[in-house]
Structures are given as C-alpha cells and as structure tokens.
Design a protein. Structure first.
Lengths: 324, 291, 333
C-alpha cells in the first residue's frame, strides 16, 4: 500500500442490534485516505458511507459494535483510544462536517461561540480576544461577508449556504489535516452547492488539507475528487482514480449509477434507473449483494465476492470485472 | 423477505401493551382494586362503621396484640382498618374513574367541536379553558368545595369542572391536526355532513391520545379526591375515604402508626399502578416512540 | 419585544376572567352566606342587615359582580368578620411565611430534580437511570399529605431530628427586615435562631418540594434524552469538546427550555400543596389561613386568597413563557 496514506482502515465492520436481527451496516471495508488527496465516497442511503467514518472517529456509542483489523491515523492505532486521546484528536487532527448545518449547529448558541469553543477546547490561543479574532478570520476564510458581526448571529438567522460555510469554519478552526465532509451539498440549492465545493477546493490547496467527500451525487465527485470509492450495502464495491472509475467503471453497480445520471448531451436517451432496492441489512445474501439488481448476473455471483485488481490503483468487487 | 399482514394501529398498540409485562401487571392491580371496591359489602369482614371502643388502636396482626380477626388493626375509634380500606376503595376509585369518564366525554365533545368548527365557538371555549387552567388545581378545588360545602356530588362536580379542560385541549389539538389531513378533505369533497365527518373520520383518530391522557389523569384525580378528603372537604362520615382515614390517623402517629400509614399505602399502590400502566400505554400506542 | 407586549396584553382578559370565576364561586354557596357566616352567634336583625349591606349582598348580581371586580383591583376584599380586620391585612400578615416556604420548596425542587434528570438522561438504560426513574415515579405517585405525615413520623416523632410543627421555636424573633426568617436571622447575626428557623422549615419544604422534584426530574430526563440524540450534540463531540462542556452547555441549555415551562405549572401545584403542608405542620401561612377560613365560613377571606393564588399563578406562567423564548431564540424570531 502507498505510504502516503494518513488514514488507514482495514476490515472495518459495524453492527447494530435491531428489532428484526443484527444490522450489518458496514462489513469488511478497506479504505485509505492519502495525504493531500480528495477521496470521494459514493453510495445510496444505507450503503454505510457515513457510518464508516463515524465509526473511524469513535463517535458510535454502544449498542453499536465496531471492529477492525487496522484503524490508524498517521501511525497511531485508533482502536481502544482513551476518551481523552479521542478529544485531542477530533477537531484538531481530523474534523467532521455533517449534512444538515441547521441541525448540526446548536440552535441556542451563537455562531461565534461554536467556533471559539473549539479553539478553547484544544488550547489554541490563550486569550479570548485572540480567539475572537481568529474566529472572525475563519469566517472570512470561508467567504462570509462582515464576519465580525456574524459572530453574534444564531444559526437560524443565516441562509443554508452560509450555515454550511460556518460549519466548515468550525471544522477547520484548529487546522486539521483531514476533513471528512458528510454530504456537504445535499441540503443546499444547486448554485450554492457549486460555491461550497469551490470553497472546499480552494481550502484544500491553501491549507494542504486532505478531504473525504461523502455523497450520493456522482456529479460532485467527478469534478472535485482524485479518487472515488463506491459503496453498496456496507461494502466497498469499487475504488480507483476518478477518471478511470467514471470512464471505465469496473463494477456493474458503478456503471448503473453512471447510467442513471441524466445527461444534457444525450437528450434522446431514456433514463435508466436501477431496478429493485438495497438488500435487507439484517439478512444479507452470502454472495454478491448487488446480484439481485444486476443485469450481468451469472450463477457464480452467488458466491462471496472479494476485491480484485482491475488496473493501476483500481479495484472492484466483481469477478466479471475485466482487467484493463 | 415476508410481508406482514397490516393490522390497525389500535390492534398493534394493544398487542404491544399485552407484551409489556409490567403494564399488564399494573392493569391487573387496578382491575383487582376495582373488583374489591365493587364487592365491598360482601367481602369486607366487618361493618366499616362498627366502632368497638375496646378495640381502639389495636395493632395489626404482625405486631404484639394483633389478631387475625382484625388483620390490619383498628383505628382510634375501634373501626376495623381492613373493612374501612375496602369501602374506601369505592369512593376513591369511584370518584377517580367517574370524574375522568365524565370529563373526558364532555371535554372531547367540546374539543372536537371547537377544533372542527373554529370561529366564535372555538374562541369562547378556548378562553374559558384558559381561565380555568389559570387556577392551580387544589386552590380551585379547595375554593369551590369551601364555598359549596363537602359531599360526594360536590366533589365530583368540582373535579369534573377542572378536568374537562384537559380532555378539551387534547381533543381540540388533535382535531385541529386531523382536519387538515387529506382523508378529511376527501370526505368534505364528497359532500359528507360535518357531524358525520366528526364521528367517523376524526373521532377514531383522536381517540388514542385522548384515552392515554385520560388514564394519566385518573391517578391525579384520585390524589385530588384524597387530598380534599384529608382536609375534611370530601365525603363525610359515615362514608369512608382513604384521604379522610389518613387525616383521622394524624393524632395517633406515635401510638398507632398504621391508622395514617395504611390508607396512604393503598393510595400509593393504586396510583403507582395507574401511572405505570398509563406509561406503558403511551409507549405502546404512540407510533413515534416505536423505532 | 412585540411578543412580550402581546403576551402581557393577553394577561388582561385572563385575569378578568379569573376574577369573574372567583366571584362565581361565592354564588355557589348553598343558602344565605350571611346566615351561614354568623352561624349561631347572637346578633340582632339590624346587625345581619348591616353585614349584608357591607358585603354588598343586597345589590342585584350584575352590580355585585362589577363591584367585586372593581374592589379586587384595588385590593379591597372587605372585612374579615372573624378577625375584625380588613381581609387584605390578615392575608398580608401571613404572606411572608408562605412565601418563605414556597421559595424554599421551589429551590429544593430545582436543586434536586434538574441534576437528577440530567444524570438519569445521560445514563439512559443503565441501572442508575432505572433507580432514579423509579424514585421519580414514586415521587409522582405519593399523595403529598401522606408524604408529609411519613416524614413527620420518621424524622420528628421517631428520630426527634426536627420539630413537629410551627415556624420557629424562639419567643423572640429577630427584627423583621424581609419578614423571611431565614434571611432576617442571618442579618441579625443570630446563628442559633437561624438554625432553629432552618430546622422548622426543613420538613415542610421537603414535603412540598419532593413531588415537584420528581416531575422536574422526569421532564429534564426526557428532554436530555431527546437532546442527546441530536446532530448538534454529535457535532459537538466531533469537535473534540470536553464531556463537561457538551453536557453542561450544549445539552443543558436546550434541555432546560421545556423544563422551565413545566416548572411554572408545577409552582401552581405548590400553591395548592402548601395549603395541605401548612395544615399538617401548623405553618402560620396563608394556606393554613384559608383552610381555617373555610371551616369558619369566612367567605371573603377564602375569595381573596383564591384570587391571589390564581393571579400569582397566571403571572408566573406568563413569565415562564417569556423565559422560554429567551432560552430558545428560534421562538422569538
């Protein structure tokens, strides 16, 4: 494996006890995040993409059960980390932003308070005045006009796009090396989406930040990510450089996802949705989980599938994938 | 994956309730108490008004000086505690269930009317409800009972007068929500008369929350009646009330702790059972709580 | 600001309605109130007529109603025949004792109920939560008067730790500054009197406080559980904030809002409950005065006290509403 990876996940599995049985939200996921890259993690609801990273950050509490053969951040083993060590890590080295900024920001506290408390928690900048200045700087960095005044604003007083920017400012307050952005554009209008993605791009360049973009929107990853990981029903089904995955998808699911996208340059083609729905996560089939919906299905698909190399730095969990 | 046969929300709720052992036990306790109250004249070992001064302050059977013919001892005038407790159940439970039943019916009817018709009727009724709610419960009850005088019918009247507002608010709120639903719009579009809509579309859907609130209130009303009787504003002798029994026992705290304590235990058991059962009912019938 | 004004304006019709209801209560007395009040006292027919005229009972009822409302607004509730003094004075004498008891009970209830609720909500499902929740359920199911007697039985009669009744055991009370014994004894630098007052206050305040603490505990716990599930608590944890800050600020500030509303309603229960507690512990306050007045058929006094309680309750509820919108800025927007 490349030694530029800063976050290493091997064989991660997350289960929850449910009413009808054990829910296998994440099953045997291997992922690397490399220094300076933008990794796109794509999947439908229920694919396990968010849970993977919540588990990696130790934010899943019992009754969730998290297990992995390797979970390390720049060499530090994250498994069994003490609460104090986690608190030092989160916000400072690795930061997270969430999908809906309206629910992620505390409605009863001002925007300024929520940025300053991160600075205070990690011991940056001893004086209150210095922290306020830095908070205003951060707001300016993420493109918010009149930052000093906005420090006193409450989340519900801001527009959706501004709220998402504020959340990014909170996440970047202590200068983390990795930002995990969970669906940063889903709750926003299309025009605002573009602005936020451009912001993330420029911040990446300016701050030497590594980025994980979790989304269900292939259009977003296509334009902004170096590599794409596609997840389905708790597993990674394809991972590789963006250009390759988009131009020559190796896994039928990836191909089907790309086919779903309406395209302005092919207006005569009818939309082709993927038939069926994701499998029940408490009763997973032993073989390929996408088999029931796959148009290329054969008998051998009912056997357990593992990741196969299909190119340079490109792998897919499908025996039908051709090595290019 | 097998598809489960759809059951009505009420049936589902009932099924969940029966599966909840604690709630079932509590419902059993309440039913038992109710049966005891109904069967009082036949199962009480002695006449509750029968006073034998030779037996005054006789301890319960497990202390020195007690005997099995008066298992829970006697009070300051020589009445049998067990018999008085059994007859006291009649008043406490009777007033409790009776007041809640009456106030729920009245409050629900008025609440549905106010919520559905809106306009002047709603405004007037809501104002009245606001004013009545502005009185602390016991202050209102004591004030009104103080003016009217004690007695069973006065207690029932006073408590119903304060309780109907609770059912009114719940029914009105639920009706306001229900009338915006599509199925009501559809009925209206079909030309159904308002009364029919109320009876057949709205009532079944608001029944569940109304009943859950009613069970919660029963416990409160029982404590209210007991408090009023404790102060001497409740039913008068020779009628027996648990609250009045506790008041009688005040002067004997040192020599006869059971006179004041045992009726309180009875109240506690019944009220606790109702509270636990209504908690279970709320969890069983409220779809939002069930993940 | 508009909201505050709106809310205050809304008070007026409610207070008016409350006054009318209290007036209507008097109309509910069976028989002739004057005869009932005088009982078997030896009075001449002229004195009866004079009293009837004093009480305004010889006027048609619309006039009586208007007169009652008008006089109530000026604090004139007539004479207490029993005490031979204006009703308002009699009540004012006993008011400090009730205020002291109610304040002490409210403080106790808040100090016991909210932390316990936070504790239980955070440890949801664990043994400590179950124990706390069962205790709260018991607290809600106990009749207040029985709790008072039990506490008296245990701590006064059996253990002799606290006195059985009364407000102070000392014949010489400290110079009255606030009329609140606890504070006055401190101001007079009399530690013995302070301790004595405290010992007398303990059981009545505890009896009054515990049921309210149980309710507050349950409400706080439910609110805390709801808040712990929100995204902003998860985000706060993802930022690496200390547990103390997450709980103390993020959780508590949002969980307190519903608790405040309930506190106001529960203080209403306190206002009624102190009638019972004052009767049990012979606490010389307004509550006990009312109960005595009822049995003495002293209707003007009962009327005045009920109206006073109701007005206080309505005002408190309005304050709680306003406080809620301060704690939850989204509402006032």
């Amino acid at each position: 494996m490349s030694d530029t990876s800063i976050l290493r996940i091997r064989d991660l599995s997350v289960t929850f006890p449910g009413d009808a049985g054990v829910v296998h939200a994440v099953d045997g996921v291997d992922l690397d995040v490399r220094r300076g890259e933008c990794l796109g993690v794509v999947g439908e609801s229920g694919s396990g993409k968010t849970v993977t990273f919540l588990a990696t950050l130790g934010l899943l509490a019992p009754p969730a059960h998290v297990a992995a053969s390797c979970l390390s951040w720049q060499g530090t083993d994250l498994r069994g980390l003490s609460q104090a060590a986690w608190r030092a890590l989160r916000g400072r080295d690795i930061a997270l932003t969430m999908q809906d900024a309206l629910t992620a920001l505390n409605p009863a506290l001002t925007v300024g308070t929520q940025i300053i408390e991160v600075l205070a928690a990690h011991g940056d900048l001893p004086s209150t005045a210095a922290r306020r200045t830095r908070a205003a700087e951060l707001l300016r960095l993420v493109g918010i006009a009149d930052p000093v005044r906005q420090l006193g604003a409450y989340p519900h007083e801001l527009s959706g796009g501004m709220r998402q920017r504020v959340m990014i400012a909170v996440a970047l307050a202590c200068g983390p090396k990795l930002l995990i952005a969970d669906e940063p554009t889903t709750a926003l209008d299309v025009t605002v989406q573009a602005q936020v993605l451009e912001l993330l791009d420029s911040l990446r360049a300016e701050l030497e930040l590594s980025l994980v973009l979790i989304t269900h929107n292939l259009g977003v990853v296509g334009a902004h990510c170096n590599r794409i990981a596609v997840m389905y029903a708790g597993q990674v089904v394809e991972i590789g450089p963006t250009a390759r995955v988009i131009d020559r998808p190796a896994h039928p699911y990836t191909a089907a996802l790309l086919d779903c996208l309406p395209r302005l340059d092919r207006l005569d083609v009818t939309l082709r949705p993927i038939q069926g729905s994701i499998p029940n996560l408490t009763h997973l089939p032993p073989g390929c989980r996408f088999a029931a919906r796959c148009t290329s299905r054969v008998a051998a698909c009912d056997l357990p599938q593992s990741m196969r190399n299909v190119g340079v730095d490109h792998a897919a969990r499908c025996q039908l994938a051709r090595v290019a | 994956m097998s598809a489960s046969v759809a059951a009505s929300p009420t049936a589902l709720g009932l099924r969940r309730l029966c599966a909840d052992h604690v709630s079932t036990l509590c419902i059993g306790v309440v039913v038992f108490a109710g049966l005891v109250a109904l069967a009082a004249p036949w199962i009480a070992p002695h006449d509750p008004a029968d006073a034998d001064l030779m037996r005054r302050l006789q301890p319960p059977v497990w202390q020195d000086g007690g005997d099995w013919s008066y298992p829970l001892g006697c009070d300051g005038l020589g009445h049998d505690m067990l018999s008085r407790l059994i007859f006291g159940a009649r008043v406490s439970l009777g007033v409790g269930f009776g007041v809640v039943a009456a106030s729920t019916v009245i409050g629900t009817l008025l609440g549905m009317l106010a919520g559905f018709a809106r306009g002047a009727l709603d405004a007037v009724l809501s104002r009245i409800a606001d004013v009545l709610l502005g009185f602390p419960y016991l202050v209102f009850a004591i004030g009104l009972m103080g003016m009217m005088g004690p007695g069973l019918s006065n207690i029932v009247l006073t408590l119903v007068l304060k309780e109907w507002v609770v059912a009114f608010r719940v029914a009105r709120g639920e009706t306001l929500g229900a009338r915006e639903q599509d199925y009501v719009e559809a009925s209206r579009a079909l030309g159904c008369r308002p009364l029919r809509i109320l009876r057949e579309e709205i009532l079944p859907n608001i029944l569940s929350p109304v009943l859950v609130v009613a069970t919660i209130r029963t416990a409160q009303v029982i404590i209210m009646e007991a408090s009023l009787s404790f102060l001497g504003l409740g039913v008068q002798p020779p009628a027996v009330s648990w609250g009045a029994m506790v008041a009688d026992g005040r002067e004997f705290l040192a020599d006869g702790w059971w006179v004041a304590t045992l009726p309180g235990v009875a109240i506690l058991i019944v009220v606790l059972a109702i509270n636990l059962a209504s908690q279970g009912a709320r969890e069983a019938f409220d779809p939002r709580l069930h993940r | 600001m508009m909201r505050i004004l709106q809310r205050l304006l809304h008070l007026i019709p409610v207070l008016l309605g409350t006054t009318l209801v209290v007036f209507a209560m008097t109309a509910a007395t069976p028989g002739d109130p004057v005869q009932v009040m005088l009982g078997d006292q030896r009075v001449t027919p002229e004195q009866v007529e004079a009293l009837r005229h004093d009480m305004g009972l010889d006027l048609p009822w619309p006039e009586r109603m208007a007169s009652f409302v008008w006089r109530a607004m000026h604090g004139d509730f007539g004479l207490s025949f029993f005490h031979r003094r204006p009703v308002i004075d009699v009540i004012a004498d006993r008011l400090p004792a009730t205020i002291e008891l109610t304040l002490a009970a409210t403080l106790l209830a808040l100090l016991i109920g909210i932390p316990l609720g936070l504790f239980a909500g955070v440890r949801r499902g664990k043994l400590s939560d179950r124990i706390a929740s069962v205790s709260a359920l018991l607290g809600v199911s106990l009749p207040g008067f029985w709790l008072g007697l039990l506490l008296m039985l245990l701590f006064s009669v059996t253990l002799h730790w606290f006195p059985v009744s009364g407000r102070s055991g000392y014949s010489d009370e400290p110079p009255a500054v606030t009329h609140l014994l606890l504070i006055d004894t401190l101001l007079a630098r009399d530690p013995q009197a302070f301790l004595g007052a405290l010992r007398h206050l303990a059981l009545p305040a505890l009896t009054l406080a515990l049921p309210m603490a149980a309710v507050l505990m349950r409400v706080t716990r439910a609110a805390v559980i709801d808040v712990m599930r929100t995204d902003y608590v998860l985000f706060a944890q993802a930022k690496g904030l200390s547990r103390a800050r997450v709980l103390g600020l993020h959780v508590l500030k949002n969980a307190l809002a519903p608790t405040i509303s309930v506190t106001a309603i529960e203080i209403g229960a306190l206002l009624g409950g102190n009638m019972i507690v004052e009767s049990i512990f012979a606490w010389p306050g307004v509550g006990r005065l009312v109960v005595e007045a009822i049995f003495a058929r002293n209707y003007p006094l009962v009327q005045a006290a009920v109206l006073l309680y109701a007005v206080v309750f309505v005002v408190l509820n309005t304050l709680a509403d306003l406080l809620y919108s301060v704690l939850n800025p989204r509402i006032s927007a």
